[in-house]
Design a binder for this molecule. Structure first.
Ligand SMILES: Nc1ncnc2c1ncn2[C@@H]1O[C@H](COP(=O)(O)OP(=O)(O)O)[C@@H](O)[C@H]1O
Ligand SMILES: [Mg+2]
Length: 315
């Protein structure tokens, strides 16, 4: 999937290099460089505590980096943070509303708080853009998780930003609502917005034009999903048959076997050294009730591999 506008020719929405952020003696963001093209949906993945939220705050000027430089929407992240904030919609991980106000009242309140001109028009348009018009009088406190996310997103676009920074917007939301939320993100991107979104979900990563994976403050890989999988250097074998849990236990920790994961009636066995991997699997391949084939690692296989590797670096 590629952004279908002339994004590559335009100046990037985000272009930062060598970002470092320390809290006390701890390096939380370590030499992170990110470039997000205008109009693209960029996924930001990584385990908890790896520095996603901190990086997002550096990008919109809420935090100042200890080292590094760059631009957001062409503006300097160190010196022009006020101007950046005016053009960025930031949906925080733990957003909140006034539960005893309706959807429309919440949006009106936000518009007043930021002293936005044309308040009424903006509220009507935001309701319309996110399919909230029919529910405008419903109390925010009575909304399901999915509709709450939509309200939060509507609040983020009231000031008509050019860039959305969405920090785990779908955490804890059911799969159908997540899917619909992503339809909205694609619709907004289609209207020209650039979106950087952090997430834990692999299916969401696959709906991004490009992704980056960060672990313990270090950006481990970036690119399209295919580039990330292809560039991982990971080899995976699929084992199908009975007694997979027993086989998984036997393979775990063998030389060349880095990861073993059971998916129902299939087993994924992965490692960097294909020869070593096949050597370990050879005795199992002779068993008539098992089928062993070469398969492409999943995004999840690749991320777990990268996380293991970064934990090793950490030590
Ligand atoms: N204001 C802060 N002061 C001290 N430590 C912080 C602060 N904000 C985040 N951290 C620490 O920085 C690390 C990265 O946090 P965060 O950026 O929130 O990661 P993520 O969003 O990927 O879960 C964590 O170990 C967290 O505890
Ligand atoms: Mg976070």
């Amino acid at each position: 999937m590629t952004a279908d506008n002339s994004a590559a020719d335009a100046s990037p929405a985000i272009d930062v290099r060598g970002l470092v952020k320390r809290f006390g003696s701890k390096i939380v963001v370590d030499d992170v460089s990110i470039r997000v093209e205008t109009g693209e949906i960029y996924g930001f993945l990584g385990p908890n505590g790896s520095g996603k939220t901190t990086t997002i705050r550096l990008l919109c000027g809420l935090l100042t980096p200890d080292a590094g430089e760059g631009t957001c929407l062409g503006l300097d992240i160190r010196r022009q943070s006020a101007a950046i904030k005016r053009q960025v919609g930031y949906m925080t991980q733990k957003f909140s509303f006034w539960e005893d106000l309706s959807i429309a009242e919440n949006l009106d309140f936000v518009a007043r708080m930021y002293a936005l001109p044309d308040r009424r028009r903006r509220v009507v348009e935001a309701l319309d853009r996110l399919g909230l018009s029919n529910r405008r009088t419903q109390l925010a406190g009575e909304l399901s998780g999915g509709w709450k996310q939509r309200l939060a997103l509507a609040a983020c676009i009231l000031h008509e930003p050019k860039l959305l920074l969405l920090d785990e917007p779908t955490a804890g939301v059911d799969p159908k609502a997540r899917r619909e939320f992503w339809d909205e993100i694609h619709r907004l991107a289609g209207e020209g917005l650039t979106v950087l979104v952090s997430t834990h979900y692999m299916d969401e990563a696959e709906r991004c034009h490009r992704i980056a994976y960060i672990a313990y403050g270090t950006l481990m890989t970036h690119g399209t999903v295919d580039q990330v999988i292809g560039g991982s250097g990971l080899h995976t074998r699929l084992v199908a048959g009975d007694g997979l849990h027993r086989i998984a236990a036997a393979l775990d920790g063998q030389p060349g076997v880095e990861m073993v994961a059971v998916f129902g009636s299939r087993l994924h066995v992965s490692g960097i050294d294909a020869t070593a991997l096949d050597r370990v699997l050879a005795p199992w391949a002779e068993q008539p009730e098992l089928r062993i084939t070469v398969t492409e690692p999943t995004l999840e296989d690749v991320f777990i591999h990268l996380m293991n590797r970064s934990t090793d670096n950490f030590r």
